[in-house]
Design a protein around this ligand. Structure first.
Ligand SMILES: *Cc1c(COP(=O)(O)O)cnc(C)c1O
Length: 227
């Protein structure tokens, strides 16, 4: 059976996640988004059978092809950068985590307006200030939070961030705390921002300690990714 050890891996992760949740004391519910990018359609199927209800993909075209091959009603999350000319492919997605610029926000809102149902999105924030990472600067959020309220084709459900690769533990805590602050800023600006998407296979416990509500887990569940 493909991914036969997934139930055991999931049990280990859920256990660690619950302990991190207790340590953090934020009292949040945490959902696992199984990141199925580069794996075949058997990955989301196996995740669903093991009780996971959310799957994440970072490329919209790969995701759309996979959706067509998956019959279980798993919720699809877009977690990677999206080009503005591809917003029309978003119909099968439950949540876009990677709204990483004002221009993309405009395109996403136009799409939500055109289809008649606002699109649920997270604002991707670049709190570590790395040049190589996309996302809104924390410093721009006060202004942008206001502006986003005018975009009626989308609903800002929260914040997503990625920690720097190879960061030490104290840096990870700082990055995730800063992301939580960004979520508060969006809430203060009037958005229904309850979600905090942060934490991957290597750092999800720290993210959950800092209040993550969605952890995006790939290799820890499915093993090394096919090239
Ligand atoms: C690939 C990916 C993940 C999952 O990474 P793992 O280290 O395999 O858990 C999470 N978030 C994003 C944005 C990704 O692209």
């Amino acid at each position: 059976m493909p991914f036969g050890d997934l139930p055991a891996r999931l049990a280990t992760v859920r256990d660690a996640l619950e302990r991190a949740r207790q340590r953090g004391g934020h009292g949040q519910a945490v959902a696992i988004v199984a990141v199925t990018k580069t794996y075949g359609a058997d990955a989301p199927n196996a995740a669903w059978q093991a009780g996971v209800r959310d799957a994440g993909e970072n490329r919209v075209q790969e995701a759309v092809a996979k959706m067509a091959a998956v019959e279980v009603p798993i919720h699809w999350h877009l977690i990677g950068h999206l080009q503005r000319n591809k917003v029309k492919l978003l119909d099968g997605f439950h949540l876009v985590h990677s709204m990483d610029s004002p221009r993309l926000a405009d395109a996403l809102s136009a799409y939500g307006t055109a289809r008649g149902t606002p699109l649920d999105v997270l604002v991707q924030v670049n709190v570590s200030g790395e040049d190589t990472k996309g996302g809104y600067d924390a410093g721009s959020l006060e202004r942008e939070g206001e502006r986003l309220r005018g975009l009626t084709g989308l609903v800002v459900r929260g914040v997503m961030t990625m920690a720097p690769f190879d960061a030490d533990v104290s840096t990870l805590h700082r990055v995730f705390t800063d992301a939580r602050t960004c979520r508060s800023m969006l809430r203060d600006a009037g958005h229904p921002a309850t979600e905090l998407s942060m934490g991957m296979s290597g750092d999800y416990e720290i993210a959950v300690e800092e209040g993550a509500t969605l952890v995006r887990l790939g290799t820890i569940l499915f093993g090394a990714r096919p090239a």
